[in-house]
Unconditional design. Structure first.
Length: 222
């Protein structure tokens, strides 16, 4: 791995963040950065990881203030690690990337002196990103899920770029097949009572996310 000064901006930023959060474990951070830097990734790349980590920071600030100092359930360390690992394995057309990413976390974290409790929670959170089904009271899951889905509430031009990036990752599919599958995914999202689980996410992202999804669905169907 190159020195941070020689890395692309996102990679250098991410490696510096890793070093600050998890000192003396640079080899693992460098491996994760390398995974997200795969040129086959168009959306699930370094930018996605960087954005996710930044949103986790924002949500933890909001959640900590709302829940209070006594909330032991807020585990920033585990959620941050889960954000790093949640797309560590991303192969198309594999359907088990979240499971593979969770198993990767379970295999490597103990080797870098992360305790069993942290490892178990990281793996649980990574698996949660498969369907973003967050149980009531699961504040760690709420933060990670909302961070992962926050792209849905982007300004229209960024959302449109995101939709094109997802299409590019599935370039092997014929257009009709992709449109059918994408419409199914978007329809299931719209059918949920709520897309976001944190108070901040519900207040700030729910309405624009639904508007973006409805607009994309209209384009697909039209």
């Amino acid at each position: 791995m190159e020195d941070a000064a020689e890395l692309p901006d996102d990679a250098a930023y991410l490696l510096a963040r890793w070093d600050e959060a998890f000192p003396r474990r640079r080899a693992l951070g460098a491996e994760l950065v390398h995974r997200y830097d795969d040129p086959m990734r168009i959306y699930h790349d370094l930018r996605h990881l960087r954005t996710g980590l930044d949103v986790v920071d924002t949500l933890f600030g909001e959640m900590a203030g709302a829940v209070g100092r006594s909330a032991d359930a807020l585990d920033r360390r585990a959620v941050t690690l889960a954000a790093w690992f949640h797309d560590a394995v991303y192969e198309i057309p594999a359907a088990d990337n979240e499971e593979a990413s969770a198993r990767l976390a379970e295999s490597v974290l103990p080797a870098y002196d992360f305790d069993e409790e942290t490892t178990t929670e990281v793996a649980r959170l990574v698996r949660l990103t498969r369907d973003h089904a967050v149980a009531a009271g699961d504040v760690n899951g709420a933060v990670l899920s909302d961070a992962d889905l926050s792209i849905l509430a982007s300004p229209a031009d960024r959302y449109d770029d995101y939709a094109l990036e997802i299409r590019a990752e599935y370039h092997h599919l014929r257009e009709t097949v992709f449109r059918r599958g994408r419409a199914d995914v978007l329809g299931r999202l719209l059918a949920r009572p709520a897309l976001f689980h944190t108070p901040y996410g519900r207040a700030n992202w729910e309405a624009p996310a639904r508007a973006n999804i409805e607009r994309e669905l209209a384009l697909i169907r039209g």
